[in-house]
Every structure is written in C-alpha cells, then in structure tokens.
Design a protein around this ligand. Structure first.
Ligand code: NAP
Length: 330
C-alpha cells in the first residue's frame, strides 16, 4: 500500500509499505479521504518532539472498515467511519494522561491507503457529510469543540472573536459558535477569508496585518466575552486588551511564537482568564460528532486532491494563504 512516511533524514516521501493486519479489538480501515493539519507540516519541518523515521503521517481521516481482528463477521464491516485521533486520553476530562498521543506520530496515521485502529476509536460517519467533509472533521473539530464550549463557555448571545479564520480549527470554532447563537467576529490576513466568514454568519471581520487593527475593532465593536486564538506572538497582548471584564482568552497554539510582553495589569484589573487547551477527551469527541450531526454542520473544505499531490499540498500550507481544510482522496 502507498503511505506518506517519515524518512531517515526526516523528509517525507510517498513509499510502499506492507498492508497491516488487525489484531483482536482492532479494525483495518480502507482510507477513503484524509485531511492535513498544521501539525503534519510542523513534523515535516522538524518542529515537533520525538520524530520517528518510518512512521506514516496524518491525524485526520475517514474510511470503510474492511476487516476486524479475530472476527469473520462484525457489524463494523462495510461501515464508513471517522477515526478519533486521540490515543490514551484517559479518564480525566480536565487533562490527558502522560502517555497521551495524537494519531500520526508515533502511531502510523491516516495518510495511507490502509490504517489499523482500535475499534473504540471508530465513530460512524455522519450521513449528511461527503467523505471529504467527514475527513476534515476529527482533529480540528475536537480542538475547536473543547476550546469553544468546555474552556470558553461560548453560548447564545456571547460576543466571540476568532483569530485567523483561515485556520482549520478556527473555522470549526466559528461554525460552532455561530450555531449556538453567539455573536461571532473574525480576524484574517485574507480578504477572501473574511468574506467567507461573513457568508457563514460572522458579524464582521478584521485584517490583523493592518496597523493598529485592534483599535479599529475596539472602536467599532467594543470588547469580547471570549477570544479564541492559535497564533500567539505579539498579537496575543493585543487580544488581551480586547477582552471585556471577566473575559476568557482560550488558546490552542502559538504559530507565531511567544509574545514579547503581556499586560498583567489589564489581566488582573478586568478579572480576565487566559486558558490553554489541547485536543479534547474521548467524551468530547463523541459529543462533538453528535453536535455536528444534530445541526448538520458542514466543515469548510478548501480543496480536494489525489493523495499523490500530498507533498505539493503541504508546500502550499507552509506558504500560507490557503482557505479551508486540504483533503486528500485515495
Ligand atoms: N493544541 C492543540 O490541540 C492544537 C490542535 C490543532 C492545532 N493546533 C495548533 O494551532 C495552530 C493552527 O493550527 P491549524 O491546523 O488550524 O492551522 P492552519 O489551518 O494551518 O491555520 C493557520 C492559520 O493561522 C492564522 N494566523 C497566522 N498568523 C496569525 C496571526 N498573527 N493572527 C491571527 N491568525 C494568524 C492564519 O489565518 P489567516 O489565513 O486567516 O490569516 C492561518 O490560516 C498551529 O500552531 C497548530 O499547531 C493545536
């Protein structure tokens, strides 16, 4: 089978691997569609801990169950499924265990024609989604669900600012917040992304590359109850200034590194919370899929292309400016 594999010099290459055989309690999935996350490109650039040559990359994917270990007949066989990318989250809803892993390093991931997963990682594909839309969900929607609801407490009427709408997680966070009736605002470096956000129900959007953009936001819309960010960097301090009293800044990444300064005075005077979050528990994964099913939420897929173009797709992601999730089909 063909798979995107980390080489000994840590570069990525499509190569042939043996098709794996499922053990008891495992399923063999024929991958039909997989999507890219920034994590895949971080690994390719060596910016991730404990990179292991020989591993197949990819955290997001869906496919059809073709074999179940130790069982000739299983109700799973023939079903289309999403794969929960959590491995060993554990029983504590508040945080993952020490041996927690994300699918796709060090365990072989979704960017291959076949993948083995434990049966308890499978959830049936929501019927309102195409294969490509379903493949765009697992990691980004899980991260967004926990950021919005568990950590951010986003609810009807809350004023929510989501930074970098071009990002896969940010888009899911915006769709989730709009669905529950929050007043959603976005930032982006891309006019097209801002237009798209408004089409999806955002009230307004701002270009964060413009000088003093945040003063404009403040002038036009006042402050926000919840801000969701993954860019970090120096704009993190500006986001803190945009919070209403008792507001929450929830962050799940630091694409632009660390902020040079943080205004601690504003933070304690306005009773603000700055909250880190990562992925989500298995229960949140189930709740997130149910939420998507109940409200017929459709993730934004920017492009669908054959698996053979995966390296070009990662190059595009590195360059930036992509809109929506990039999906590879097999
Ligand atoms: N902790 C976790 O569980 C978790 C899970 C998923 C992702 N992450 C992290 O979160 C980050 C985003 O991941 P992703 O997969 O959503 O990435 P992505 O789809 O590649 O999105 C990256 C987006 O970041 C935005 N961005 C860049 N600089 C920005 C700035 N100064 N202000 C606001 N937005 C900015 C850009 O938005 P525009 O194009 O709109 O300008 C870009 O599209 C990465 O650092 C990733 O490692 C963490």
């Amino acid at each position: 089978m063909k798979a995107l594999v980390i080489q000994s010099d840590l570069s990525f290459k499509i190569q042939n691997k043996d098709k794996p055989t499922p053990k008891q309690g495992e399923a063999l999935i024929k991958v039909l569609a997989a999507s890219l996350n920034r994590r895949d490109q971080w690994i390719r650039e060596g910016k991730y801990p404990s990179i292991v040559p020989g591993v197949t990359i990819g955290s997001d994917g869906m496919g059809e169950v073709v074999e179940v270990g130790g069982q000739i007949e299983s109700s799973w066989i023939g079903k289309k499924v999403l794969i929960n990318p959590n491995i060993n989250w554990g029983d504590d809803e508040d945080t993952q265990q020490d041996n927690y892993q994300v699918l796709g390093l060090p365990t072989d991931g979704t960017l291959a024609e076949y993948i083995i997963t434990k049966l308890d990682r499978l959830v049936e594909k929501p019927t309102h989604l195409t294969d490509s839309e379903a493949a765009a969900i697992p990691l980004s929607a899980l991260t967004a669900y926990r950021a919005c609801f568990t950590k951010g407490g986003v609810q009807k009427g809350a004023k929510v600012l989501i930074s970098g709408f071009g990002g896969g997680v940010a888009q899911m966070a915006a769709l989730f917040s709009i669905t529950v009736g929050a007043e959603v605002y976005v930032t982006s470096s891309n006019v097209g992304n801002i237009k798209l956000a408004k089409e999806k129900g955002a009230r307004d959007g701002f270009n964060y590359t413009e000088k003093e953009w945040y003063k404009n936001v403040k002038r036009r819309h006042g402050g926000f109850d919840v801000i969701i960010d993954s860019a970090g960097g120096n704009q993190f301090g500006q986001l803190i200034k945009l919070l209403n009293p008792k507001g929450r800044l929830v962050f799940y990444g630091a694409t632009n590194g660390l902020p040079a300064t943080i205004d601690l005075y504003t933070m304690f005077w306005r009773q603000l919370s700055v909250i880190g979050t990562t992925m989500g528990s298995d229960k949140e994964f189930e709740r997130m899929v149910e939420f998507i099913k109940s409200f017929h939420i459709i993730p934004i897929v920017g492009s669908v292309r054959p698996f053979g173009q995966v390296l070009e797709a990662l190059d595009e992601m590195k360059q930036g400016g992509t809109m929506g999730k990039i999906v590879l089909t097999f």
